[in-house]
Design a protein around this ligand. Structure first.
Ligand SMILES: O=C(O)Cc1cc(O)ccc1O
Ligand SMILES: [Fe+2]
Length: 453
């Protein structure tokens, strides 16, 4: 132990997990943070003895040899190395959390689909038991694609911890407030914020205000990164400083605990005798973060026409094919509409990517009715869609003054892979059977008469 530190200093410096959430700004920065003074080795990663009797441990988020601009890892200094567990892993069943490839032969995924909010259950549900997979795409074993989930959470995890070896999770709350107590610190989120929980990071989820509902994009592939802004330049869209990583916080708590691991699509459990959230200090660039969607600075059409929705990309997870994302996370927030002589809502279209949308709050301009907060829609790859009849009539006859779209926040998880509905999405979730009728009354307006000039 470091002899320069007095016991009173130690007491005041400790920030146990679960009491305080403090943050450091920046996206993918090389952070350093310590909950006890002097806990973080300086100038090297593996001193012969670490202060306070801590163990050094590296968490790699990319291959050791990944290019320098993508290479991510974090050095943790912890009370016990995380290998210490007392039991072999046992498989457990979480029947509502599915992974790709998962194709129910009796479910038709080819279609335009929309769901009302999945209602809260009368039984108590945690982050693990309350996860409801709606769609899967790609293949978790080859680390391509994604799954979309709804979470319904009423109960905090108690002496229970989780990590996903399969995926990074992008969490989009719609109702309630959650606390993510992670190995690297504490993150609190509420609607209009998001959190990113990296692959391999251990955490438990507590309910600060329930019941909580929201959306999750489970990314099997390369990590989310900020999109290149091209000619837009060095500012606007999502700015790096608005992403917040937690400061170090730890628990020194001996209690029989469970660790659940999602690995190659299956869930496994082991027992440990202490809290694994025992990282006293860390440094590195592989860390969870939160982001307030209200800080997203949209750039749009200021003269005419409706640009592709890629202008609203918050984060993109590359697929290896340049410009073709494994997943884009796109935000439709409040903004001004000023384009002249223009049909302002989204146009009718057929997209090579598949579009999973969720409504966080308010009204989405292409679907003034039926796409409600907590609801989702799926327009699968190469399936035509666009404004419903009301939106078309409204926007093609509107007085085109400058108009502010207010009371609106929806998002899209857009992937290059087809999305397959789970049995839950097709049969248990509140699917709107009449969704495609929103286009049924679109009239033929063609006003050409043969032979007439
Ligand atoms: O289908 C949707 O509503 C999402 C969407 C929005 C937009 O402005 C342009 C294209 C697009 O797919
Ligand atoms: Fe679309």
């Amino acid at each position: 132990m470091n002899k320069d530190i007095s016991p009173s200093q130690l007491k005041s410096a400790a920030t146990p997990v679960g009491t305080v959430a403090g943050y450091m700004p920046g996206f993918g920065n090389d952070f350093e943070t310590e909950a006890l003074p002097g806990a973080l080795p300086q100038g090297m990663n593996s001193p012969q003895k670490v202060n306070y009797g801590l163990y050094g441990e590296q968490l790699s988020g990319t291959a050791f040899t990944a290019p320098i601009h993508q290479n991510e890892r974090t050095w943790c200094y912890r009370i016990r190395p995380s290998v210490k567990h007392t039991h072999r892993f046992q498989k457990i069943d979480l029947p509502y959390w599915k992974s790709a490839p998962h194709v129910d032969p009796d479910v038709v995924s080819l279609g335009q689909y929309r769901w009302d909010p999945v209602p809260h259950s009368t039984e108590g549900l945690t982050w693990l038991t309350g996860m409801r997979t709606m769609t899967t795409a790609g293949d978790v074993n080859t680390q391509v694609g994604m799954a979309s989930h709804i979470y319904l959470v009423t109960d905090s995890m108690v002496d229970a911890y989780f990590y996903s070896a399969d995926s990074e999770l992008l969490v989009v709350p719609q109702e309630g407030r959650l606390r993510f107590c992670t190995e690297l610190g504490v993150i609190d989120i509420e609607p209009q914020e998001i959190a990113i929980i990296p692959r391999g990071l251990v955490y438990r989820v507590e309910v600060l205000e329930g019941p909580a509902r929201g959306f999750v994009c489970e990314n099997y592939g390369q990590k989310f990164e900020l999109p290149g802004r091209g000619p837009i330049g060095a500012n606007c869209m999502a700015n790096p400083r608005d992403f917040k990583a937690p400061v170090a916080a730890f628990e020194d708590r001996d209690a029989p605990s469970t660790v659940t691991v999602k690995w190659a699509s299956q869930f496994h459990e082991t027992q440990i005798g202490h809290s694994p959230l025992d990282v006293v200090a860390w440094h590195g660039n592989y860390a969870p973060c939160k982001y307030d969607l209200r800080t997203y600075c949209p750039v749009g059409a200021i003269m005419f026409d409706h640009p592709d929705p890629s202008i609203f990309t918050v984060l993109t997870a590359p697929s290896g094919v340049e410009g073709t994302a494994n997943i884009d996370f796109v935000l439709f927030r409040d903004r001004w509409m000023v384009a002249e002589d223009t049909f302002r809502p989204p146009w009718y279209h057929k997209n090579v990517m598949s579009e999973l949308m969720g409504n966080i709050y308010g009204i989405y301009d292409a679907k003034p009715k039926g796409f409600v907060p907590g609801g989702m829609s799926l327009h699968n790859m190469m399936l035509p869609h666009g404004p419903d009849k009301n939106a078309f009539e409204g926007a093609s006859n509107a007085d085109l003054t400058a108009e502010k779209l207010e009371n609106t926040m929806s998002f899209m998880f857009e992937t290059r892979f087809p999305q397959h509905l789970t049995t839950f999405a097709a049969h248990e979730a509140p699917l709107q059977d009449d969704y495609i009728d929103c286009w049924a009354d679109i009239e033929k307006k063609f006003d050409w008469t043969p032979g007439k000039k």
